[in-house]
Design a protein around this ligand. Structure first.
Ligand SMILES: Cc1cc2nc3c(=O)[nH]c(=O)nc-3n(C[C@H](O)[C@H](O)[C@H](O)COP(=O)(O)O)c2cc1C
Length: 190
């Protein structure tokens, strides 16, 4: 693909969000054992190295929002591409009335520093404690300090980059479609 400004057209629809996809999509977990939920989240980001801060953008109507507000902590679970259907499922139904861990048969494990259930099939899991909440339009941006982290050592290279020949995380493209990373298309500059 080569650059051609003439091919760029004004986008008139006000819903710009999908223009910025694909997005690495995680599952945010919140609550305490017995009253917890898990939801798909495409709007999340690393924010600071020292202190280590991570942010997740969550609409107030989500049950996850209620549980994070109550307990001031959340888990960020990075699932492999193969579990895209699970990400889709937990992103399609609210946990306010059902136990998604039971319904979708999600294996969990206990965190070191937070009580929210963490997802055993993850590649990486971050345990976060809320330090700030910022209202951002129709979402609230929860900023959490990463107080503990887990990773699948066997899927990472020695320099702590994901070995994409062994695993891909799940990228949401929009409209129900997920894509994987392509290990044949890696550019290296070091
Ligand atoms: C791929 C995908 C990405 C999503 N990303 C977000 C997000 O970043 N923030 C958000 O508030 N909701 C997002 N959602 C919607 C929630 O995951 C969904 O409403 C979920 O059912 C909420 O569950 P809960 O009510 O148990 O918290 C996403 C849904 C999907 C399918």
């Amino acid at each position: 693909m080569c650059g051609d400004a003439a091919m760029l057209k004004p986008f008139k629809d006000k819903n710009y969000a999908y223009l910025t996809y694909p997005k690495l999509t995680v599952v945010v977990t919140a609550g305490i054992p017995g009253r917890a939920t898990a939801m798909a989240a495409s709007w999340h980001t690393y924010l600071s190295l020292d202190p280590p801060l991570y942010g997740v953008s969550i609409a107030p109507k989500r049950f996850t929002h209620k549980l994070i507000t109550e307990h001031r902590e959340f888990g960020v679970n990075f699932l492999p591409f193969e579990l895209s259907k699970l990400i889709w499922d937990v992103g399609s139904v609210s946990g306010a009335k059902i136990d998604k861990f039971e319904k979708f048969n999600i294996k969990t494990f206990n965190g070191e520093k937070i009580r929210a259930p963490l997802i055993a099939d993850s590649i990486v899991v971050l345990e976060c404690k809320v330090t700030d909440t910022v209202r951002t339009g129709d979402h609230d941006f929860f900023i959490g300090e990463i107080v503990y982290a887990w990773y699948r050592e066997d899927l990472f290279s020695k320099d702590y980059t994901l070995d994409v020949s062994k695993a891909s995380q799940a990228y949401y493209l929009g409209k129900g479609k997920f894509i994987a990373t392509d290990p044949r298309r890696v550019l290296e500059f070091l």
